[in-house]
Design a protein around this ligand. Structure first.
Ligand code: PLP
Length: 450
C-alpha cells in the first residue's frame, strides 16, 4: 500500500517533524507555543487605518441600531459586551486543578452581545453594514438621509430587497448575518453545516431567512454557498475563510476593550502583561481580535487560541505552516465536537498568514471539559454560555500548569510579571441558547464533572 502523502511529505514524515502531532492524533489535550511569535510583521496588508475606518463605520451606524434594535439604545447604538471579573470562578478553577492562577481572571461576555448573542455580532454585522452603506450610496440614498436611522425605513428596504446575501456557517455566523440582513431588507440565504443546531435554523427561518442544510461539515457548506452565490451577480457572498471585512469588524473590539480596561483602572504595560484566550474555529474572530489587540498593546498582550481536541485546524495549519492546505481529517480526526462554533476542519489561510507572528500559541480542550466549565461558570458566577464559549477557560490553567506554557513564560521573561497579569477569557456565545437546551448542557456538565 502506498504511503499517504500531504504536500509532498508522508504523514509519518510530518509526525517526525512535528512530534506534537502524535498527541493531537491521539485526541490528547495539547499546548503549543508559536515559534514564529514576535517575528517580523505579518503576511497581511491590513493596517491600523483599516481598523479605524471600520470603527468609524460602526459609529456612523449607531443611530440605526438605536432605532432598529432598541436593546442597543442603552449603549447609544454601539454593539458591545461587558468585561467582568470572575473571582468565584477563578477560585473554582484553582481548586479543581490545584494551581494558583497568578493575577486575576476576567471574562469578556460576547456571549451577551446584543442582536445575535455571539462574537459574530462583531464581524458578521460589520460586513453587512459595509455592503448596505455601499449600496445605499450607489442608489443616492445616503445624501438624502438625515441620519443613518433612515437605514431602518421602507425606502432603504425597497432597495436592499433587490439584493441578496449568502453565507456558509456552523450556526452563529448565519444567525448574525441572517438577523441583520433580513432586518435591513436583504434576501439572505444561509448554508448550514451538519453541526448547526436545530434551534438556530428555526430561528432564522422565522425571520424569513432561507436556510439550506448540509449533511457535510463546514468547509463543504461554505464551498457550496460560494458556488451558488457566484452565479448571481446581485448576491454578496460573505466568505468566512477569506473576508477582510469580517476580520476588520472583529478587530474593532480592541480599542473598545482598551476603554473598558481604563475604566476598571487596569494597566497593560511591561509590568502588567495581558493574556487573552480566544476560542477558534476558522480563525477570523480570534484572528481579527488579536490583530487589533497587538496594535493596541504590542508585546504586552499575549493571545492564545483554543480549539476542541477533535478540531484543532488552526493549530495544525500554523504548526505545519500548511494553513488551509491541511485539514484535521488528514490526521485522522473527525471534526466532530459539541462546540458547534468551533467545528471547523480547515483553517483560513488569510487569517493564518495575518497572525503568523502575532499569535502566542494554541491549545486544545476535550469536549467533556467544556461542559464541566459550563457548569462551574453557571454555579460560581451565574453566567450561562454555549459549549464553544468555554474553550478559553482552559487557557490560564495550561499556561501556568503545562510545561509548554511555562516555557512560553520563560522565553518571554514573564515569570516575574505574571503575578500582575490579567487573564481575559473571551466568552464567545450563548445568550440566545433556548433555556431547555442550556439546561441539558448544564446537566451534561454535572454528569461529567472533571
Ligand atoms: C464562530 C465562533 C467562534 C470562532 O470564530 P472563528 O471566526 O470561526 O474562528 C468562537 N466561538 C463561537 C461561539 C463562535 O460562534
Amino acid at each position: 500500500m502506498g504511503k499517504r502523502m500531504l504536500e509532498g511529505k508522508s504523514i509519518e514524515e510530518w509526525l517526525e517533524d512535528h512530534p506534537l502531532l502524535n498527541e493531537i492524533m491521539l485526541e490528547k489535550e495539547v499546548f503549543w507555543g508559536n515559534p514564529h511569535y514576535g517575528g517580523k510583521s505579518s503576511g497581511s496588508t491590513l493596517t491600523i487605518e483599516d481598523v479605524t475606518v471600520a470603527s468609524e463605520r460602526l459609529n456612523r451606524f449607531a443611530p440605526y441600531f438605536s432605532k432598529a434594535f432598541p436593546e442597543t439604545k442603552g449603549n447609544k447604538g454601539i454593539i458591545e459586551s461587558p468585561l467582568v471579573h470572575i473571582p468565584a470562578m477563578q477560585h473554582k478553577m484553582e481548586q479543581k486543578f490545584d494551581i494558583r492562577i497568578s493575577g486575576s481572571v476576567l471574562v469578556k461576555c460576547d456571549s451577551h452581545l446584543p442582536i445575535s448573542g455571539s462574537i459574530k455580532a462583531r464581524g458578521g454585522i460589520y460586513e453587512v453594514l459595509k455592503l448596505a452603506e455601499h449600496l445605499a450610496a450607489r442608489h443616492g440614498l445616503i445624501e438624502q438621509a438625515e441620519t443613518y436611522a433612515s437605514f431602518d425605513s421602507e425606502t432603504f428596504r425597497n432597495v436592499f430587497n433587490q439584493y441578496s446575501i449568502a453565507v456558509g456557517s456552523t450556526g452563529n455566523l448565519g444567525l448574525s448575518i441572517g438577523i441583520i440582513g433580513a432586518k435591513l431588507g436583504f434576501n439572505v440565504t444561509v448554508h448550514m453545516s451538519a453541526d448547526a443546531k436545530q434551534w438556530k435554523k428555526e430561528l432564522l427561518r422565522k425571520k424569513g431567512v432561507q436556510v439550506i442544510e448540509y449533511t457535510s461539515d463546514y468547509s463543504k457548506a461554505v464551498e457550496e454557498g460560494r458556488r451558488q452565490a457566484f452565479s448571481n451577480p446581485s448576491c454578496h457572498f460573505i466568505d468566512d475563510e477569506k473576508s477582510s471585512d469580517l476580520f476588520l469588524g472583529y478587530s474593532t473590539a480592541a480599542s473598545r476593550l482598551k476603554k473598558q480596561l481604563d475604566a476598571l483602572k487596569i494597566a497593560v504595560d511591561e509590568d502588567h502583561p495581558l493574556f487573552v484566550y480566544l476560542p477558534c474555529g476558522v480563525g477570523g474572530a480570534p484572528g481579527g481580535i488579536t490583530f487589533g489587540l497587538k496594535m493596541q498593546f504590542g508585546e504586552n498582550v499575549h493571545c492564545f487560541f483554543a480549539e476542541p481536541t477533535q478540531s484543532p485546524c488552526f493549530l495544525i495549519g500554523q504548526m505545519t505552516g500548511l494553513q488551509d492546505k491541511v485539514s484535521v481529517q488528514d490526521f485522522d480526526l473527525n471534526n466532530s465536537t459539541e462546540a458547534d462554533g468551533l467545528a471547523v476542519g480547515r483553517p483560513s489561510s488569510f487569517v493564518g498568514n495575518a497572525v503568523r507572528h502575532l499569535l502566542s500559541g494554541c491549545f486544545t480542550i476535550d469536549d467533556v471539559r467544556l461542559f464541566s466549565f459550563l457548569k462551574d461558570l453557571a454555579d460560581s458566577e451565574n453566567m450561562h454560555m454555549e459549549p464553544s464559549a468555554l474553550a478559553g477557560f482552559y487557557g490560564p490553567i495550561q499556561l501556568i500548569g503545562h510545561s509548554a506554557g511555562q516555557n512560553y513564560l520563560r522565553k518571554h521573561n514573564l515569570q516575574d510579571t505574571i503575578k500582575n497579569a490579567r487573564h481575559i477569557i473571551w466568552g464567545t456565545g450563548g445568550s440566545m441558547v433556548p433555556k431547555e437546551i442550556m439546561e441539558s448542557y448544564y446537566q451534561k456538565g454535572r454528569n461529567f464533572d472533571i
